[in-house]
Design a protein around this ligand. Structure first.
Ligand code: HEM
Ligand code: HEM
Length: 185
């Protein structure tokens, strides 16, 4: 169980596994959106599907156990700011993979995890080099969500890291140490 003094190892492991993957996926997404990078694109789409293996238990765990109790008495603004950022991050961990999958499947691009094909691409009979969308409207919904959260997520991640560093370096409290599984000082 998560307590004010100590977080459970499940909370800690799920946080760091998903956090590292999310940072990598966000950086990779921004890169492939701006530059031609076929191999990174393949890694982005494959890892983006695989990440659900950690994301789904993480979201269920959070839903069942609620948010960890804050270690200190913070101002109202800090408290609300922290809540908004945590909600944005947890929603994005779920919505980014799902919207990516929706975009790929509804767009007729199929779905794969590296060499493992989960769903084949549907080629356009008129132009076999292009994919034929199964549902252009759903592909558009997926793309809109992916694009929107793709813009909000990097800002939320930066604010989150600045917040964690502020707690550690300025408030000198246990927030970061507790998420690292260290003993209270
Ligand atoms: C944790 C999961 C994921 C994260 C954090 C993520 C993040 C991002 C970000 C930040 C961008 C740049 C968006 C922009 O600035 O407009 C992007 C682009 C993109 N992502 Fe993902 N992504 C994830 C999963 C996926 C999955 C599962 C797929 C497909 C199977 C996918 C396909 C794409 C594509 C095709 C683009 C190119 C731009 C576009 O059409 O929107 N992503 N991703
Ligand atoms: C270097 C990067 C990161 C650091 C230093 C960091 C640090 C922390 C710390 C210290 C907490 C505890 C806050 C508290 O006790 O109220 C926390 C919680 C949280 N972090 Fe991070 N984090 C990082 C990256 C991320 C990323 C990339 C995500 C998601 C995209 C994320 C999502 C969350 C969420 C949702 C919580 C709320 C508690 C929970 O669900 O376990 N973090 N983080």
């Amino acid at each position: 169980m998560d307590t004010k003094e100590k977080l459970s190892s499940t909370t800690i492991w799920l946080h760091w596994i998903v956090a590292i993957l999310m940072i990598f996926m966000t950086a990779a997404g921004i890169y492939i959106d701006n530059f031609e990078a076929e191999m990174l694109f393949d890694i982005h789409t494959s890892l983006g599907v695989l990440i659900l293996v950690a994301v789904i238990p993480r979201v269920i765990w959070r839903y069942k156990h609620g948010w960890p109790v804050a270690v200190g008495n913070y101002t109202r603004v800090e408290h609300i700011g922290g809540k908004v950022v945590h909600w944005t991050l947890i929603l994005a961990t779920l919505l980014m993979p799902l919207s990516g999958i929706l975009m790929a499947v509804a767009g007729g691009h199929g779905l794969h995890i590296f060499e493992l094909e989960l769903l084949a691409e549907t080629p356009d009979p008129a132009n076999p080099d292009e994919a034929l969308a199964l549902s252009p409207a759903l592909a558009e919904v997926g793309s809109a969500i992916h694009g929107l959260f793709g813009k909000v997520l990097p800002i939320a991640i930066v604010l989150h890291i600045v917040g964690a560093l502020k707690h550690h370096l300025i408030d000198k409290d246990e927030t970061l140490r507790r998420m690292l599984g260290l003993q209270p000082r």
